[in-house]
Design a binder for this molecule. Structure first.
Ligand SMILES: [Zn+2]
Length: 175
């Protein structure tokens, strides 16, 4: 799965009507990122995650979903993602011992590098042709995004399709 979708999927529907957020605790944050559980960094990564989800919602014209109240307006989301990516300006360096070799160097710390890596993955994804196959899963309660693997794929996974069919049947039977 693309890094941007893994990042977006750190928050999902929990099955009890609420959201489950893998990045909500220092332990969860450390487990997902492999980074030190620095609270300021955790908050920035969570903010970046909502910015990324806001852009995914914009790209897919997602309907109102369970995470909608957390989303930010388009301009702020763009700015948040772009600023995070710009935290690691890098310079091309030429190393020349036997053969000339390109190496990139930066002076960022590990936290900035984490933010920049996640933001850059989102930028590269959204600016690529893959974006056209990005979908917001329309199943009840699902808040996942997915890239269509084949033209007729409607749901992020088969269980979402089953749930949507059951829900439609239920509403037809009770209307
Ligand atoms: Zn789904």
């Amino acid at each position: 799965m693309a890094l941007v979708l893994e990042f977006a999927s750190t928050v999902r529907h929990g099955g009890h009507g609420g959201l489950v957020d893998d990045l909500a605790t220092p332990e969860g944050f450390a487990a997902w990122t492999g980074a030190e559980a620095d609270e300021a960094l955790r908050q920035r990564v969570v903010e970046l995650r909502w910015a990324v989800r806001s852009l995914l919602a914009h790209a897919t014209q997602a309907n109102e979903r369970l995470d909608t109240p957390h989303l930010m307006d388009f301009e702020r989301a763009l700015k948040t993602v772009n600023e995070a990516a710009a935290r690691v300006p890098r310079a091309a360096q030429l190393e020349w011992t036997e053969q000339p070799r390109l190496r990139y160097e930066d002076s960022a710390d590990a936290g900035d590098r984490l933010l920049a890596t996640l933001a850059t993955a989102a930028i590269e994804f959204l600016a690529s042709g893959t974006r056209e196959d990005l979908r917001a899963c329309p199943a009840p309660r699902c808040i996942r995004y997915f890239v269509k693997a084949h033209p007729r794929q409607e749901w992020c996974k088969p269980s979402c399709g089953n749930r949507a069919r059951v829900s439609r049947h239920y509403h037809r039977a009770h209307d």
